[in-house]
Write a protein that binds this ligand. Sequence first.
Ligand SMILES: Cc1cc2nc3c(=O)[nH]c(=O)nc-3n(C[C@H](O)[C@H](O)[C@H](O)COP(=O)(O)OP(=O)(O)OC[C@H]3O[C@@H](n4cnc5c(N)ncnc54)[C@H](O)[C@@H]3O)c2cc1C
Length: 492
Amino acid sequence: MTTDSEKQRLTASQAVDRRSLMRLGAAAAGAVALASCAKENPERETREGGGKGGPYDVAVIGAGYAGITAARDLAAKGWRVVVLEARPRIGGRTFTSEFLGRKVELGGSSVHWVQPHVFAEMQRYGFGFDEVPLYNLDASYIMTSDGTVHDVAPAAFDSLYSDAFNKFCANSRSLFPQPYKPFANPDVLKIDDTSAAAHIGTLGLDPLQRAALNSELVLYAGAPTSAFSYASFVKLFALASWDPFTFTDSEKHWHIANGGTAALAKAILDDSKADVRLGTVVKEVEQNDRGVILRTADGHTVEARAAIFTLPTKVYPDINFKPGLSAAKRAFIDNGEMCDGATMYMRVKKNLGNTFTFCDDPNPLNAIQTEEFNDEVGTILKATIGRQSLIDMNDQDAITAELRKIHPGVEVTDIAPYNWVKDPFSKQGWPSYKVGWFKKYKDMAKPENRLFFAGAATADGWHAYIDGAVESGIRACREVTEKLAREDTKNG
Ligand SMILES: Cc1cc2nc3c(=O)[nH]c(=O)nc-3n(C[C@H](O)[C@H](O)[C@H](O)COP(=O)(O)OP(=O)(O)OC[C@H]3O[C@@H](n4cnc5c(N)ncnc54)[C@H](O)[C@@H]3O)c2cc1C
């Protein structure tokens, strides 16, 4: 019997198209499709970075955006750096793949110029923006939680949703006067036990407004909104200058041009003198007064003076830390995050035009956005799913049945799902804080002697985004540099 995670690995070098999925057979079809970076760039499997080689000053665990940023910046400061990455590719929870001959983003995708860290990286390496259809809709729909679909004219959709969203975020400027210092207003600590659902309940919304707003928030929660920290979402809104148009524009309208997230990640790493070892799963880390010893699943040992862990919160329990991590960090790892979310693409034969649909929880396809439409292709849709456990993303019939509730009779010809929750190196979707745990995210970021911690969930700013990952990599580089420089000064 093949497990889901084995299926994901089995298909690791497949680009997504219906024919290859058919060849893999029904069991594997759509399990996942990874365009393997190792296959495309065999030299990357172990890359000597052209720097100083070992012995290493710093080992960076994970080559997502947090890890590659930290590795580049540390090596630029003259430290000897090695990156240990479990997957055969870099990019982590971003993943540019192919679907029917076009590039698609199966993980983190939307970026914006109000996200300063990722925008700076795009500027540094000359990447522009690709526009995704979002405005000038031909049709828009809201499915309420009981499965009833309402065809709401785009102007009315815009107005009812904006009104609900503005009410939800009304306190954002007073709660987050300095969004990068989330607790500048101590009242945030007092409301951290308020869930998004509880706050929605205070707003006096009509049923369609409630359904649209809850669909949006399920997408950030990756869980029922009754479990989701209201304050953590409002902080994200504050980062978009407390402006609803800018916030929506930042989350659904712009992708990275010229090769997407994979190309930007490659540009960052290519600019680094760090050594890189792909397919290297760290299983154990031991630290003492002199340094850290990392042991990998294939029996190798890597030594360094310090290590930066950049892992998704849910995979930390798979690593044996000696001595164990602090109680505060373990509590956050066990309780702080909960995202069951995922993304998928699908093609339908019919040209549906430019459409947008919100489906309220527990309907599974919470936001369905047209990415491409014309008479030749039909329609390419992207669905973002707050709770992948509500549907089998690999079951094309189930996906078709959901879509037919909105577009009766449509024929789905191809699907491209990626289940991040079943991927053993993420075990979750994007970062999302459980109610009551936003105030503790800093526990996850705190250094523990020679171990340092980055990753989007530790960011002060755009924690659910690529931007947060880059921000955290910059911060971890600074912390490690301060520690090693202090030691070097002390030791003459
Ligand atoms: C479906 C989805 C949609 C999203 N949409 C957006 C969006 O539109 N815009 C946006 O900005 N963000 C979005 N995000 C969030 C964004 O992708 C993440 O916040 C960001 O990529 C996280 O980067 P990271 O470096 O912190 O973690 P990761 O990218 O998860 O990197 C961690 C790395 O550690 C590696 N690793 C794990 N275990 C081990 C081990 N034992 N040994 C060695 N290596 C290990 C992993 O393979 C991975 O490469 C989305 C995420 C998902 C999943």
